[in-house]
Design a protein around this ligand. Structure first.
Ligand SMILES: Nc1ncnc2c1ncn2[C@@H]1O[C@H](COP(=O)(O)OP(=O)(O)OP(=O)(O)O)[C@@H](O)[C@H]1O
Ligand SMILES: Nc1ccn([C@@H]2O[C@H](COP(=O)(O)O)[C@@H](O)[C@H]2O)c(=O)n1
Length: 669
């Protein structure tokens, strides 16, 4: 996951290949709660591993359910249900911003009894729950609102047990604000239906019906067959009891799939076979699968079967639409992004629920699409988007994401713009709510519209290149190439194989097939951790001895260039800016006085417990610099267009900030 302050998504041209998506959030949290309320143990596979499921799992564990993660698998968990036992009490449950945890847990705990406090992040305390609380109070449950009336945090105060419930009349609940209130009651009320039938009556027009469809399908899986009478009445039969089905496989998230369906539709035709999405198909139980119909209306070519979808460009430009999106409230945000590429204004209607989601999504989408160059009109329950006029109408924008995962994922779709402008996504880690690896998954499938951006840091030995480059990569969320490590690894491999450091042909063969792996800050050569051996002074000298050989350099060239992957690369070495990435948009030649460098290296060695002589170190590094600078092939020198940075008197942070400033100066936002 990208935990950087912002993520610059380079302009994208196409998506290709296959992607596997994480499990559905709606199914994951429903299944976890059902498993917790059941008799017996349930193995949940394909579980979404995200903020929202983590808070649910934590809450279930606090309630006294058995929660066991499968070894080494974030997407599999074993839940030992309460099966009629009272939950642990008192509890204080923190539910983040997970509506799919807050609403159903409120109803379930009110019917299970005990003392429980349910709270979340600030935005959760602005998301309505009053209609559900009112329905539970009419039943006889004791719930207090601890902050604003109608909103969390809440306290369930039933230390003496659940009071007698008023079940003679139907349980009434509003259906026109959030379908999660009805879902919460449908999940909880079977606990009260052992000895009598329970009826739920919906007041107002029920929105987001597909989510109720999921709820009913899963209730049935856990042994409770609710009779649906239209979308107004739901009857839970007498004798209902949750029973674990043993194992449940969660299908991939249909709302998450919408971004990849859209990306396929926006992809340049060279995408060929298009993008295959694994883990859900046209037969998916989730309502957002109907996004496929909407995307097809806009001209996307979407095929599918059981467990797979394939998306590619169909009509181009896309066709403008005027659509009622009540049945796909989450995925409809993706349509708003597709509207930027349509042949006229598109209107998305009946989306009032956007206003009470993670943020006011109508207001947020309006503000951010305008930044991109679209004309946007918003109403209480609609949004109308007129796309930017031709490529010249697009603007490079820094998109605010409002701690809303869908705003962040949507923003990435602006990167397919015809002007080939990059898009800055603020706070990309908010995707953790449903799809922590969203950007990684997108980048693995995407082809950039232009060369992947590279920042080159070249300079003499111990000038701080590696330190600076690694820090820059961490701040930008980019990949990092320590090119010196490749020369050092070749030298190590040569020593191990008994190859002389002047045997150019044999060294080139070694370099071309280096069994090298960089993982979690360690370097592995042929399965052996060589991180320490690689950094020794002797290995550095050996590397410098073989580095002048043209065949060795040629053998390492493609390996280095192949490291330039989305979203960007920071590369350090001697010839990054002059040879390997000669077209890089930012090159820095980093220097420091020989005395400073020797002193830094001395401290570096001392920290590792290695004694050294500072004067000898200075002589050695000067000798190495002289050899690196005087060789014929790719000598150590500043590229013509490199910016010089002498960091003798700068701290590491000052150097990093200077280069970030230079990089920012080159950005269009
Ligand atoms: N601006 C700085 N101020 C103080 N110390 C620094 C600065 N930059 C780097 N250092 C320190 O100098 C030492 C050498 O830095 P580093 O290993 O990054 O250099 P390098 O140029 O990559 O070396 P090599 O050429 O051997 O790969 C490290 O201990 C690092 O923490
Ligand atoms: N792009 C590069 C990087 C390194 N070298 C040679 O490898 C030696 C070790 O490099 P370090 O950065 O890890 O110290 C270095 O002295 C160079 O001879 C190179 O040629 N090109």
């Amino acid at each position: 996951m990208f935990t950087t302050e912002f993520l610059d998504v380079p302009a994208l041209r196409a998506v290709q290949g296959r992607v596997r998506l994480p499990g559905s959030k709606s199914i994951s949290n429903r299944v976890l709660l059902l498993a917790a309320l059941s008799e017996g143990a349930t193995r949940v596979r394909g579980l979404l591993d995200s903020d929202d499921t983590r808070v649910m799992l934590q809450a279930l564990a606090q309630m006294g359910c058995g929660v066991r993660r499968a070894d080494g698998r974030a997407d599999e968990v074993l839940i030992e249900g309460l099966g009629g036992r009272a939950p642990a009490s008192p509890t204080r449950l923190f539910l983040g911003n997970a509506g799919t945890a807050m609403r159903p847990l409120t109803a379930a705990l009110a019917l299970l009894g005990g003392e429980h406090e349910l709270s979340g992040v600030a935005r959760m305390h602005e998301r309505p729950i009053g209609d559900l609380v009112a329905a539970l109070r009419r039943l006889g449950c004791r719930i207090e609102e601890l902050g604003q009336p109608g909103f969390p945090p809440l306290r369930i105060a039933e230390a003496a047990g659940v009071p007698p419930l008023a079940l003679d009349a139907p349980v009434r609940v509003r259906g026109d604000v959030s379908s999660q209130f009805l879902t919460a009651l449908l999940l909880a009320l079977p606990l009260a239906a052992r000895e009598r039938e329970v009826t739920v009556q919906v007041e107002g027009e029920l929105i987001s019906r597909p989510y109720i469809h999921i709820t009913l399908a899963l209730l049935e899986r856990f042994g409770v067959a609710v009779q649906r009478q239209g979308w107004e009445r739901f009857v839970i039969p007498e004798g209902s009891r949750y029973q674990s089905p043993g194992e449940v496989l969660v299908e991939a998230d249909a709302s998450s799939a919408s971004y990849f369906i859209a990306a396929g539709a926006l992809s340049a035709p060279e995408g060929g076979e298009g993008l295959v999405i694994e883990g859900l198909g046209l037969d998916a139980v989730q309502g957002d699968i109907r996004f496929v119909e909407a995307a097809r209306l806009m001209g996307a070519d979407v095929q599918g079967g059981s467990g797979w979808l394939r998306a590619r460009r169909g009509a181009w430009p896309l066709k403008a639409v005027d659509l009622d999106c009540n049945h796909i409230p989450d995925a409809a945000m993706t349509l708003a992004m597709m509207a930027l590429y349509a042949d006229g204004p598109s209107t998305l209607r009946n989306i009032a629920s956007w206003r009470v989601k993670e943020t006011d999504r109508i207001a947020a989408m309006t503000a951010e699409l305008r930044k991109l160059g679209a004309a946007v009109e918003e109403g209480a329950d609609f949004i109308r988007i007129t796309p930017p006029a031709l490529a010249g109408g697009w603007r490079a924008a820094s998109i605010c994401t409002y701690d809303d995962h869908r705003m962040a994922m949507c923003a990435s779709l602006a990167a397919f713009n015809p002007a080939a402008l990059p898009v800055r996504v603020q706070d990309p880690k908010c995707v953790a709510k449903t799809f922590p690896d969203y950007f990684e998954t997108l980048f693995a499938a995407a082809r950039p519209a232009r060369a992947v951006p590279v920042i080159c840091i070249d300079g003499p030995t111990a000038s701080g290149k590696g330190t600076l480059a690694a820090a820059l990569a961490a701040r930008l969320g980019w990949h990092y190439l320590d090119s010196g490590a490749l020369y050092r690894a070749t030298a190590l491999a040569a020593r191990q194989a008994g190859v002389a450091l002047d045997d150019e042909a044999a060294l080139a063969r070694l370099a071309a097939a280096l069994p090298l792996r960089f993982e979690a800050g360690r370097v592995w050569l042929d399965g052996r951790d060589v991180s320490e051996a690689l950094r020794s002074e002797q290995t550095g000298m050996d590397a410098s001895a073989l580095a002048p050989l043209p065949a060795v350099r040629a053998a390492l060239l493609n390996l280095q260039r192949g490291m330039a992957r989305l979203p960007g690369l920071v590369a350090d070495g001697r010839d990054m800016g002059t040879v390997v990435f000669a077209d890089a948009p930012l090159k820095v030649f980093l220097t420091a006085s020989a005395e400073t460098r020797a002193e830094r290296r001395y401290k570096q060695l001392a920290a590792k417990g290695i004694s050294a002589n500072i004067a000898r170190l200075r002589d050695d590094l000067q000798a190495r610099d002289a050899r690196d600078a005087s060789r014929a092939a790719a000598p150590l020198k500043a590229a013509q267009d490199a910016l010089a940075l002498d960091n003798s008197c700068l701290s590491i942070e000052q150097s990093v900030q200077q280069v970030l400033d230079w990089w920012q100066d080159r950005q269009p936002f």
